[in-house]
Each structure stands twice: as C-alpha cells, then as structure tokens.
Design a protein around this ligand. Sequence first.
Ligand code: HEC
Ligand code: HEC
Ligand code: HEC
Length: 470
Amino acid sequence: MKKKLSRAQPANARVRPPRRRLFRMTTLAALFALFALYVAWHEAHGPDARRDGELPITQVHADDTSQPAASVAVSGGDLVRRGEYLARAGDCVACHTADKSRPFAGGLPINTPFGTIVTPNITPDPDTGIGQWTDADFLRAMHEGIGKGGERLYPAFPYAEYTKVTDQDVLAIRAYLNTLTPIHYTPPPNSLKFPFNQRWAMVFWNMFNFTEGRFVPDPKQSAEWNRGAYLVEGLAHCAECHTPRNFTQGLKSDSKFSGAVQAGWHAYNITPDKNSGIGTWSDDELVAYLSTGAAPGRANAAGPMAEVVNDSTQYLTKADLGSIVTYLRSVPAISGGETRPRDQWGNPANDVTTLRGTKINGVNGAQLFVANCASCHSWTGQGVGASAPGAYPSLIHNTAVGASDANNLALVILRGVKRTTKQADILMPAFASQLTDDQVAAITNYVTGQFGNPQSTLTVDQVAALRTQQ
Ligand code: HEC
Ligand code: HEC
Ligand code: HEC
C-alpha cells in the first residue's frame, strides 16, 4: 500500500490540485455563488424594479425655500447657491476637511472597527481631487458607492443615505464643488487589515446593508413630511450616528434613531419616545437646537452634534428644520430604558457652603466642581444667563447630565464645547490637560449625583478609556 502510494504520488501531484489550491477554488466558488445570489436579488429589488411605482419627485421640493420658486431652468448662479445649500445639508465639509485651511481636500482619518479610512480630496483639482470626474461618475459615487475607476467605496462615506438624493440635487452639489478652489493634495492612504482592505468585498456589505434607489415620496403624507423624510433619510444622514449598528456595521433598520454610541459619544435616542427620546420637546425647542445648538433647559450640542450644528443644520431654512421635526415626530417611538425624561433630573446644590473651610482629603468631586466649573455654571449648578444666546447653561434638566450613561458629560469635561453660530460663539474650555482621570471621574459623579441621574456613574478606568477615544 505504502509502496504504491509513494510511487503514484509524483504523477498524482501534477493531476490533483494541491490542498491549498483546492481550498482557494472552493472559496472562490462560494463567493461566486454568493455574488450570483446578490445579482439575482439586485434584479428583483434594485432601482429598476422599483421605477414603475416611483412618484414625481417635485412634491419633495414643495417647501424647499432654497430653490427659487417656479424656476425650471435654474440659472448658473442659482444652481451653485442651491448646491452650496445642499452640500451643507449633507455636511460634506465635516468629513472631507482635516485642516481648515484645506477645505474639502480630505485627509480626515475616520476610525472604524476594521481600521482607519482617510477621506479623499473632493475639490476640483484634476490630479488629486475630482476635477476629472464626469457628472455620471459623481452620480454613481453618490448613488451606488462606486468610485471613478469602478472600485467599491467604503460605507464610511454615507452613500447608503445619499442614494436617496435626486439626480438634480446631486448635480447641484457637483456644480457647487466645481466652484471651489482646487487644492493639490493627496491624503494619506487607508490602513485597513485584510480582508477589509479588499474593496470588492463591499459587494457583500451592500447585499445586507444597502438598498440603491432614490427617495420615493409617500402621497398619503404632507409635502412637509415628505421634505423632512427626504432630508433626514437622505442628505442629512441623521441615522449614521443616531441608529445602532449590526455586527457588519450596517444600520439596524428596526431600531432606527433609537440612539448609538460612536467613538465614546452617545448620539441619543431621537425617536418620539417620552422618556428616552424627544417626545417631550416642543417643535420650537427642536428647531432651536438644530439651528443654534441649544435648547435652554433641555440640551446643548457638544462633540459630533456641535459639528453637525456648526457646519450643517444652522444653515437650513426654518421651513426645512420644521420639516425635519415633522418627520422625526412620525417615526416609531422606541423606548431606550430610561425611567424618566433625561432632562427632568436634578436639584440645585446647597451642600457647597458646607465645604468652605473644610479640609478635603483626596479627590473630592464637589470641591473640584466649585474650583473648575462653578465660575460659569454657578455652584448651585443653575448656570448663568438663563436662555440668552451664549448663556452658561444650567446643568439641572440637561440631557447629558440626566442620561443613564455619563459618557457625554465626561467627554464634555475632557474636550469642552465649541460652536460658532449666527447667534453666538460658544466656548467651554477643555479640561483634558488640567484634570486627571480620577478628578474627571469625581466631578462627573458629583455632577450626575447632584444635578442629574444619580444612577449614572463612571469609574476612573472608564474615563481613561474615553480620554483615548478618537
Ligand atoms: C461621514 C463622513 C462623510 C461625509 C458626511 C461625506 N463623505 Fe464623501 N467620503 C467619505 C469617505 C470616508 C470616503 C472614502 C471612501 C473610500 O475610500 O472608499 C468618501 C468618498 C467620497 C467620494 C469619492 C471620492 C474618490 O476619490 O473616490 C466623493 C465624490 C464624495 N465622498 C463626495 C461627498 C459629498 C458630495 C458629500 C456631501 C454631500 C460627502 N462626500 C459627505 C466620508 C464622507
Ligand atoms: C456625526 C454624528 C451625528 C449626526 C450626523 C447627527 N447627530 Fe444628533 N447627536 C449626536 C450626538 C453625539 C449627540 C449628543 C450631543 C451632546 O450630548 O451634546 C446628538 C444629539 C442630538 C439631539 C439632542 C438629543 C438630546 O436628548 O439631547 C438631537 C435632537 C439630534 N441630535 C438630532 C439630530 C438630527 C435631526 C440629525 C440629522 C439632521 C442629527 N442629529 C445628526 C450625533 C450626531
Ligand atoms: C468658561 C466657562 C465654563 C467652564 C469653566 C465650564 N463650562 Fe461647561 N459649559 C460652558 C459653555 C459655554 C457650555 C455650552 C453652552 C451651549 O451649548 O450653548 C457648557 C456646557 C456644559 C455642559 C452641557 C453639555 C451638553 O452636551 O449638554 C455640561 C454638562 C457642562 N458644561 C459641564 C461642565 C463641567 C462639569 C465643568 C467643570 C469641569 C464645566 N462645564 C466648566 C461653559 C463653561
């Protein structure tokens, strides 16, 4: 037996593929089968299949005050202005700018669980930007997540939402981008590990997490609702931060807008749920929050939401903000386990006078609060300036202080708050370099205990982890 085998082996080795190759071929076959399934699925569900049922998109634009009324052929200047407005609604600048002196030239590293993706240059530079892209290339990128060379783009580029945007609006954005100063700059390469560095593999991501196709208005809803849905689900891509993700990092469509944590920041539940979401906010408060970043007595926008307000929502017309609110109010309310509204916790402090002259041993949250925070927020925690623009907000009845996790509070202490709007320049200093992790934990726990949700506490290790988040 043995003899036979050893004699047969050299010949066999040429005929029979070695194990490794066999494995590779099986894998390829399996991938091909999956791909074929995808193609079949795409045929059945793709945009062409849906086209029959599509409604005229004009309705979506009913309230679009950025668009000159009754203009069919928009003049060049109007088209560019409209494109600028829409680019703001889509917040392109936030991701495509790493250095303020190089707007839209990319280079911003975006951390994902699979590695770091660096945003490309989208200025009209012909060599390093998108100057040589045709309109068709640009439409394909925005609608299908496919780059100029046919390569798959990573969904860190929110094409899953931008696919909903009309051709007309995408081309207006392109017209605006064409007017930008071309910047010659090549951003550093991505650092993704195998297999995530294989762009073609995004076919599988798309299969599970992406439906290509333009927004379809609902004729049963008002023009305002449709406009809101078009913006929230499309350009404004609110779900990218406010919706939890599955293990492939796709959005969980059954818990849309119920809140998610990204890079440490909790983008809160914005469904109409009364305790966990925005159910108790008035329309005016929501519009104020999106246009200024502050809804006095409820919430302030810090971190990624401060950037959204700064670069995007503050520029939207009151009509568009109203539409966004109308739409948000209509999404299914999802309870997030909060036992009362996050902005209904806390009492003014009355313990601080007792601290005067007392010898403090070790790290004391109340004393650190008085030393570092009270000059602006008052030792009672009630703030200064009430609801005036640029006021130092009350920490009582504040959503970040009343949340059942204190992530955002600790991050606000570490990084401060910065926003520039028409109403005010907002600045809370960052304390990362002044305060140690145990001091930040002590202040956080004092602030939630006194002014917010006392069940929400952080350990020194949790603060240390938040400090290193990027
Ligand atoms: C949340 C972050 C984010 C936002 C917001 C964003 N992009 Fe991007 N975009 C990216 C990333 C990341 C890539 C690169 C993806 C890749 O490498 O596969 C990208 C790629 C692109 C590309 C392809 C460029 C190329 O060289 O392949 C275009 C075009 C583009 N974005 C346009 C836009 C426009 C227009 C907007 C606003 C409407 C926008 N992006 C908003 C993150 C973003
Ligand atoms: C880049 C991520 C990101 C995007 C995009 C984003 N948000 Fe937020 N949002 C956040 C974070 C983080 C917070 C919490 C901010 C804080 O605690 O100061 C927040 C807070 C909010 C709040 C206040 C909730 C509360 O209880 O305090 C509202 C309302 C809100 N976002 C609405 C929206 C809407 C509407 C959109 C789309 C137009 C949107 N957000 C897009 C990250 C984001
Ligand atoms: C120099 C003044 C100043 C100091 C000192 C200061 N803050 Fe602030 N704080 C602000 C301003 C300004 C805002 C943002 C107001 C706005 O959003 O309109 C703010 C916002 C906040 C918020 C709301 C954040 C949110 O997302 O809702 C909290 C919580 C907070 N500060 C806690 C603290 C704590 C704790 C300290 C001490 C470690 C502190 N602040 C020190 C000025 C200050």
